[in-house]
Design a protein around this ligand. Structure first.
Ligand SMILES: Nc1ncnc2c1ncn2[C@@H]1O[C@H](COP(=O)(O)OP(=O)(O)OP(=O)(O)O)[C@@H](O)[C@H]1O
Ligand SMILES: [Mg+2]
Length: 469
């Protein structure tokens, strides 16, 4: 259902103004209902008082008529005057044909009943109000009456309603003054309440304006009260914690990357400068160029790895997954590594691989990940390197294990971090600490994961889980 236009427009009004308007509107509704109820109640009470007095009066006069003393009412005192209310007001006795038999003595007193009304009143009680000039508005009660020799009479008594109308007018004035005052108070109160409720939000907003990339340590002021705004502040602060940690991590990676690039660049420049110095032998020049080429290779590998990681971070690592038999994948990797193994006097074997076990993966990326793991086992492990696979219904884990000392304990939780290296590895080994990060990025890009652990009987066990084909 379409949202009404006024509601859309209202939702654009500032919250404080909206709360104020709402509280005034609520107060106005309550006041209107209470005012109408009060007025009606007051009016009916006053009317009942007039009615009761008239009934007493009519009974009085009726009794006189019944005893044949209709004329006596002429001498009854208290003729109707403006302001007279209860008792002793204007009374008249009529015949059913409308003839006025008797009336309280009063100069210029008007007839209370027309002949037709007198005829009806002789049969049934009548009650009405009318403007009885010159007396003003009166309430008339006319009841049937009986004289000793005259049935079918009507007694009419009347009382002024002016005092009632004055009271009601006074009440109306009171309500008309008190209502707007109450509304004004409700408006001020609602506005102040909203301002107080929104003050923490205002404080949070002005602090948030100060938080920039350079000022990430700032946090929003959070009130102690366990209210919704406090909860919002705590949630936002937790988010800032995460943002700060992520930015710090990025900065560390950038600084590590530049540091890693500086070493080969320095070496490269030194080699070139040395080669340019004076007359060099051909062999010396060749050695310098070979060393320069080594460093250039190292830098370009570093740049490649960083690019792959950056793409993986953005979810843009290009993959062409296809079904690959696990045994074939592992055997190919072992084949590629074998030459390097023999040079170092190490061996590589294929362990358990369930028959028919296959993964769905990009051939180049999965081979790159396995190569990284095998190189690590070769550089940091000892003994035989074993490649194996085990799978469940959804994933296949490819394991690379060795028989060395395993990962240093403090490295295990951050083995997959970029530039995370063991103490032993820095300096004497050429790596930069991106290999395992890349392995994990490849696994995650396939919807899998990677894991490092040390085997109970010694040696590292690094696995990569890929989706089953
Ligand atoms: N099989 C292993 N046994 C013991 N320690 C290992 C093993 N594999 C990795 N490590 C430790 O984990 C660290 C991180 O490995 P990673 O492959 O990420 O980086 P690297 O090999 O140092 O550098 P890169 O792979 O980028 O050339 C290594 O420096 C090493 O200390
Ligand atoms: Mg490595």
């Amino acid at each position: 259902m379409a949202r009404p236009r006024w509601l859309t427009r209202f939702s654009r009004v500032p919250i404080r103004a909206r709360l104020t308007i709402a509280s005034v509107a609520m107060m106005a509704t309550v006041l209107a209902i209470a005012g109408v109820f009060l007025y009606a109640q007051f009016r009916s009470t006053l009317d009942a008082q007039i009615g009761d007095a008239l009934h007493l009066q009519a009974a009085d006069v009726g009794a006189l008529v019944a005893r044949g003393h209709s004329d006596a009412i002429a001498s009854r005192g208290n003729p109707l005057t403006v302001g007279c209310r209860v008792g002793g007001c204007l009374a008249q006795v009529y015949r059913a044909d409308g003839r006025l038999l008797a009336s309280t003595a009063q100069a210029g007193a008007p007839r209370l009943l027309t002949p037709a009304q007198a005829g009806r009143a002789a049969r049934r009680t009548q009650q009405f109000e009318f403007n009885a000039a010159p007396l003003g508005a009166v309430r008339v009660l006319a009841v049937p009456a009986h004289a000793p020799h005259d049935d079918g009479l009507a007694v009419a008594v009347a009382d002024s309603v002016a005092p009632r109308d004055t009271e009601l007018a006074r009440l109306r004035t009171l309500l008309l003054i008190a209502g707007p005052v109450a509304l004004l108070l409700a408006g001020i109160g609602g506005n102040e309440l909203a301002r107080a409720a929104l003050r923490p939000v205002d404080r949070m907003r002005s602090r948030a304006e100060r938080i920039t990339e350079r000022q990430l340590a700032e946090r929003l002021p959070v009130s102690e009260a366990g209210d919704e705004i406090g909860a919002l502040g705590r949630t936002l602060n937790a988010m800032l914690d995460r943002v700060e940690a992520a930015v710090a991590h990025e900065r560390r990676v950038v600084s590590d990357a530049s540091h890693e690039l500086r070493t080969p660049l320095t070496t490269l420049r030194a080699e070139v400068d040395l080669a340019l110095l004076g007359d060099r032998q051909k062999a010396e020049l060749r050695a310098a160029l070979e060393s320069a080429s080594q460093e250039a290779k190292r830098m370009s590998r570093l740049a490649d790895d960083l690019l792959v990681l950056a793409r993986a971070d953005q979810g843009r690592l290009p993959l062409q997954p296809q079904p690959l038999a696990a045994r074939e994948l592992l055997e190919d990797a072992a084949g590629r590594a074998r030459a390097g193994m023999e040079v170092r006097g190490r061996s590589i074997t294929i362990g358990d691989v369930p028959a028919g076990c296959a993964v769905r993966a990009d051939p180049d990326r999965s081979a790159q990940a396995l190569d990284n793991l095998i190189t690590n086992a070769l550089l940091y492990g000892e003994g035989t390197i074993t490649l194996s696979a085990r799978g469940d219904r959804e994933q296949v884990e490819l394991h690379v294990t060795d028989e060395g000392h395993g990962f240093p304990d403090d490295l295990i939780p951050r083995a997959f971090e970029r530039f995370g290296r063991g103490q032993h590895a820095r300096g004497d080994q050429p790596g930069s600490g991106l290999g395992l990060a890349l392995v994990e990025a490849v696994a995650v890009a396939h919807g899998g994961h990677a894991e490092v652990r040390n085997r109970p009987d010694g040696g590292a066990d690094v696995s990569i889980a890929l989706p089953r084909a």
